[in-house]
Design a protein around this ligand. Sequence first.
Ligand code: FMN
Length: 220
Amino acid sequence: MAHRSLIDSLTGLVTCDDLPEALPPGPMALLVDWFEQARRNERYDDPNAMALATATPDGVPSARIVLCKEIETSPAALVFYTSYESRKGRELEANPHAAGVFHWAHEKRQARIEGTVVRSTPEESDAYFRTRPLLSRIGAAVSPQSREITSRQRLVSDAIKLGTRSALCGELERPPHWGGYRILINSVELWSARSGRLHDRARWTRDQDASAWSVSRLAP
Ligand SMILES: Cc1cc2nc3c(=O)[nH]c(=O)nc-3n(C[C@H](O)[C@H](O)[C@H](O)COP(=O)(O)O)c2cc1C
């Protein structure tokens, strides 16, 4: 009986690929498809949450969650917003390489990306800043992200002062220390959980200036 259920499980493995047997030459259509599927899944609070790893020029790593605001296919890139003076901002200014990981638990999928990082243009950051709720704009303006502060009450009182001023005089400009980063993607790995830990896994890589991707299927 035990043998019968093992044979059923093994037979099931044959037809349960998530990635196509013939992998596409480039990863971006699949990556966007997985991202969009997660975004349509109402069980997630933040389907675009991504662990972002940066490192100092000496190679000392650090990681935190950011929200991916855009995945672009041509050229392959991913955009997030933050303070340029935060720890991650300072690390990226000194060492413009980053890695990101999405974990879409309900689909049992993981996507990893790596690449070099450039700032978004000021116009792009302005345009995105304007779409943010006023309170988030105020928060970005008053928070010296990642710096030591004397008290949270002081921060809140700065936010109240700025909020009152901007309510009186209208617009709140994007502070120059806050804006977008674009990761120019040169590696994508897609991973999908399968039974028996025989997960489905593939990686696409390319040189930063080359347009063609190399693709390999990896052992789980
Ligand atoms: C769900 C979630 C989403 C977040 N999104 C962002 C974001 O988009 N940008 C950002 O700067 N920080 C974001 N944060 C806060 C960061 O994780 C981090 O605490 C902050 O950016 C400071 O990191 P740093 O000191 O390493 O620069 C988010 C945190 C969580 C838990």
